[in-house]
Design a protein around this ligand. Sequence first.
Ligand code: ADP
Ligand code: ZN
Ligand code: ZN
Length: 746
Amino acid sequence: MYADVIVDISHKNIDRPFCYRLPSEFEGSIGIGTKVRIPFGKGNNERCGYVVALCDVPSDGIGEDRIKDILGTAEKSVTADENLIELAAFIRNRYGSTMITALKTVLPVKKEIRKREEKMIVAKVPLLTLEQGITEAEKKKQRAKVRLLRELLSHDKISYTLVTGKLNVSSPTVKSLEKDGFLTVEVNKEPVLPFGFRNMQDEKLKLSEEQRDIVETIGKDRAQGIYGQYYIHGITGSGKTEVYMQLIEDCLKEGKQAILLIPEISLTYQNLNRFYKRFGEKAAVMHSKLTDGEKYEQFMKARSGEVSIMIGPRSALFTPFMNLGMIIIDEEHESSYKSETTPKYHAREVACKLGEIAHATVVMGSATPSLESYYRIRNGELKVFKLTKRLTGGSLPDVHIVDMKEELAAGNKSVFSRKLKNLMEDRLEKGEQMMLFLNRRGYSGSILCRECGEIIKCPHCDISLSEHRGGILMCHYCGYTTEMVKKCPKCGSAKIAGFRAGTEQIEESIHKIFPQAVVLRMDADTTKKSEDYENILSKFAAGEADILLGTQMIVKGHDFKGVTLMGILLADMSLGNNDYRAAERTFQLLTQAAGRAGRGDTPGETVIQTYQPEHYAITYAAAQDYEGFYEEEIAYREFMDYPPAGHMLCVQFYGPDWTRLSRLSIGMTKEVKEKLPAFAEKNVKQIGPGKAAIGKKQDIYRQVVYYKNASVEPLIAIKDYMEKRMTEISVMKEQIQFDLDPVNTF
Ligand code: ADP
Ligand code: ZN
Ligand code: ZN
C-alpha cells in the first residue's frame, strides 16, 4: 500500500502530495486524514504530514526503490473524515492557498484543555418561594435580583459567569440572594452546560401551515434520498428558528447530526437558551471566545457522538460529525460568513459543497437573501419557501422617508429632521421607547453634495470615489485619481464634503434637545468587553432607558416589544460606499432597521433620513419590498458583470518595496494576459492594477487588480497560473493573495 501525504510546511514549492510506502503494520490504523510522521528532503528530517489518499501503486511515478516509508502516526494525531479533506481540496482550488493551510482550516487542531473551575448558581427554594422573591424585589425595584430570580424559575442551575456577564447581575447581588437563602454557589471541576433544566421539551410549538409545509417537504425529500438545498425567505419573527429546530429534531431522529451556522453577534443568551431548552446536552456551541483547547474538546465530543448539534459562526461548519445530515445557515446574507483571511472562503458556498459531499440537506434563511442566493433561487437551484406572517403579532411600521436636502433648505442644520424630532418628543411624553440608528458603514470618505445628494463617482467603474489625504479622490477598483472637487458637478453647490458625524456627537445633541431623556449608546467604544453588548441590550429591554442609540449592532436580531419609533439618521452612508454591494447592504440594513419598531401591541413608526429619497435601495426598503429591490439590483449587476451575474477575482499584491511590487503586479498581469489562452478566449475583463484602498499598511505596500468574467473557470485559471508563477520566479518578500467574489473591496 502507498499513501499520498501533504507535508506540514506551508510553502508553495512543496504544496503537492508526496508518495510514501505504508508499512503493513500500519494498515488499518493509518487512513485518509491521519496525521503521520515521515522522513522528508535530502536529510530525511522527520516531519509531519496528512494522508490525503491511499493507493496500490505509487502515484508519483518514481521508482519503487526511492519511495520512503511512513514512520508512524504523529503523536497528537486526529483522524479526519475524508469529507473534510475533500472539502479542504475544494477550498484550496477555489479560493487559493496552500493545501496545508486549507487542511488546517478544516481539521481540528489538537490542543490541551486546561480544566476550568466552573462556579454554578443553584436554586435552593421551591418555585413558589422564588415567585414571592420576585414580587418583593419588583416592589423594591431591584431589577438585577428580578432578572436572576426569573432565570432560576426555568433553570435550576446557571453558570456564575453567565449571570454576572450576560445577565448583568453583580456579585454583591448574588451574595445577598445567597444570604437570604434563595440560592447557593457551587464549584464544579468539570466544565458543564451553562444551564440546568427544570422542564425540557416544553417549548415545542404547534407549527403554522406555512411552517409545516417546509418541514414536510424537506422530510419527504430526505425520505427519498434527496438531500437538496432550500431557502426560507421570511421576515424576522416569522418562525424560521422554530422550523430549524423541527428540522434538526427530525434529523437527529434519523440518527444523523446537524450544524447550525449563525452570525457571532446572534449568539445571545436568549437564542442559545432556546436551543438548550429543546435539545439539552445534545447541543454545543462554538464561538470565537473559546480557547483552542475548548474548541478541540467540542469537536471531539461531536466526533464521538456525545454532541449532535453544533451551533456557531463560520468555523462550526468544520465540525467532524460522523454522519452529518443537515446544515442550516441562518441570516444567510451576513457578510461575516466570508472569511477575511486566506483561504478567503465563503461559508455559504463551502456549506453547499459539504452538503454535496456528505449527502446533507442545506437550508438557508433570511428576511433579505443575498443577491447570490436569490439568483440561484431564480435559476431553480434552490427551492424557496416563504414565511409571510409574523407569529407573535405586531404589524409592520409606518415608514416616513425624509429628504434631508429639504431640511437644509428650510434652515434645519440639526442631525434630526423636524419629523423625527416631533415623533421623539411624542414618544418621550408617552413614555415609549425608541431606537436611533446611525448608519456608519462606508463613511470612510465618500463625497456627497448636501444640496442635491449627488455622490462623486469613478467615471470608469460606477463606484464612489474615496477621499484620501492630500485632497485626492481615488477609485479603489481601478486606481483612477482626481483632485478633490470644490463644487458639485451637478448643481454647482459648494456644500460638498465627506461626513464626520459619530454616535458621540449625536448623543450630545440628544442631551441638548431632550435633557430629560435617558440614552444608552452602543458602538465600538461602548462594547469593548465581551459582555457589554448584552448588558446594554438587557438594560434597554428592561426599560431602563428611553433611547437606544447605536451603529449597525443595534439593528441585528433583537426584539424589543416596547419600541414604537425607529429613527435612521443617515440612510445614505452605505450608499456612498466604494463597493458594488453598497445598495444591497443599504437595503438589508434599512429593511432590518425599519422592521424594528412596532413589535409589540402598539403600532410603530420608522423615519428614514436621507439625501437620496428616490434611491431604489431606500424606497424598496421603506416598502419592505424585496422582489422589487432584487429586480433593479440584478439588472445593474448584469449590466456591469458584477457578481452574481458574473464572477470577480481580486488579486492583492503585498511587498515592502514599492518599485519591486509595482513591477511584479504589472509584470504578472501582463503575462496572464499574453500567455493564458483562457484570458482572450473567454474575454476576461481586467481592472487595474492599481493602488489598494489602503495603499500602504505597516510599511507594506499593497497593489490590487480585479478580473471579471461571466464564468468562474477562467478566473480560477488566472489564480492557478499566478500561484504557479510565484513559485517559479524569485520573489523576495512579495506576496500575493486571492479573493474570489469579494465581499469587501480593497
Ligand atoms: P425567526 O427565526 O423567523 O425570527 P422565530 O422562530 O424566532 O422566528 O419565531 C418568532 C416568534 O414566534 C418566537 O417568539 C416564537 O416562539 C414564535 N413562534 C414561532 N413559531 C410559532 C408557532 N408555530 N406558533 C406560535 N408561535 C410561534
Ligand atoms: Zn449638488
Ligand atoms: Zn474606477
